[in-house]
Design a protein around this ligand. Sequence first.
Ligand SMILES: Nc1ncnc2c1ncn2[C@@H]1O[C@H](COP(=O)(O)OP(=O)(O)O)[C@@H](O)[C@H]1O
Ligand SMILES: [Mg+2]
Length: 439
Amino acid sequence: MTARVDARTAVAELRAAIEMLDGVVQLRLEERRGGITGRPLSIETGDEGIPPLSRYEGTGPLAAAIGVAGLTAPEALVLLAAIAPSVDERFAVAFGLLTDRPGVTGLTGEVARTLVARSFAGRLDANALLSEHGALRRSGLLVVDGADGLDGVLRPEPALRAWVLGLAPPAQTVTPDFPARPLATVHSMTDVVVPARTSDQLRELEARIRLRERVSDDWGFAAHHDGASGVIALFHGPPGTGKTMTAAAVAGAVGLPAYIIDLSALVSKYIGETEKALAKVFDRAAREHCVLVFDEADAVFGTRTEVSDAHDRYANQEVSYLLTRVESHPGVVILTSNLLANIDQAFQRRIAVMIEFPAPGRAERERIWRGILPSRTPVSADVAFDVLAERFALTGAQIRDAAIEAAYLAAASDAAVSHDLLVTAVRRQYAKAGRTVPS
Ligand SMILES: Nc1ncnc2c1ncn2[C@@H]1O[C@H](COP(=O)(O)OP(=O)(O)O)[C@@H](O)[C@H]1O
Ligand SMILES: [Mg+2]
């Protein structure tokens, strides 16, 4: 499973596809030269003169995009045509020659319809395909610039365009339109300190992700069973035990980019918009082989509420959509939750790997303490990590926060991090959590 398709594959695929498109454009231009009689409007769906879907099969990004979105042959051709002017401007000009409207360049809906269909029935189908209910626009793969209907220019979504051209995808920030952001971390799996049982399970999860392609694709499990192509994992345990950190580290370990879904951005009034935004995230994750992380997933994967008002009903509808997409997602999905009991029982059955992150015991706390200060930090000789670990039952997140606080205290007085400063910082953690400091 490779996150990035290598550049040569992308270029070779694109070249073949562009030549194929060029053939279709030339054919349509010839048909136009034949005049109105050269293009009889047959009432049956005949041979529309477009390449079959099998022509797009391969290992490149275009094939991945078409496969993930489950496009039909005419849809695939429209997608390719929308991307083509980014490869060669002459396509924009050639598209203009396929219409009698003056001043048109680029792929308008009208031109797209002419490209994919020559029969009457085919052109009717093309109208549906180009409407906002068609797969291309519903999933946000194409957007219409300017006038809606057949006059607007069809453009590929920027991330899709970059992916197919083999370029780095544009930086992604959270918007209502794309409620996810890249999950980056400085941590690797060796930084994660957990009890033996948890680390055994994490190793198993890593192996499962690495072997996913062999079992689901090469051995045919994906085609033989529903929902067998992806891996759904749940990390559960108290706050601050390293669940989010580990989700990012696992993705890094298997060499895949990770996206974290912003669940708060999902609470949108516009139900249709939310589904469309989620579809974008899932589609992009599938074609770019991203790990999808639903942090603090209780909110949506929790026991569903009784419908009491219209808003709840919308919320439930969104949740159903989300569950369906998670279950059928061909990639890796990691959920985190502070309480296993919060996760819907029915949904728990779909989770292949459940990993508990318990509050760290004395031994784990000492290991976390020992790894918490960067090597360049000045540390005085009196610091006794074993004593700190023994005395204070903190979580990993609290230990990290205490270490950062102690470092600032030390820097402010131009001193090294001492045992006393660490104890002072730990006391503040207790105060923050509203707990009393053990004597
Ligand atoms: N088990 C752990 N091992 C090492 N560091 C940890 C651990 N748990 C937490 N930390 C530290 O605390 C930070 C916050 O933890 P986080 O992953 O947000 O916990 P959670 O998601 O369980 O609430 C981590 O980035 C890391 O620096
Ligand atoms: Mg977290």
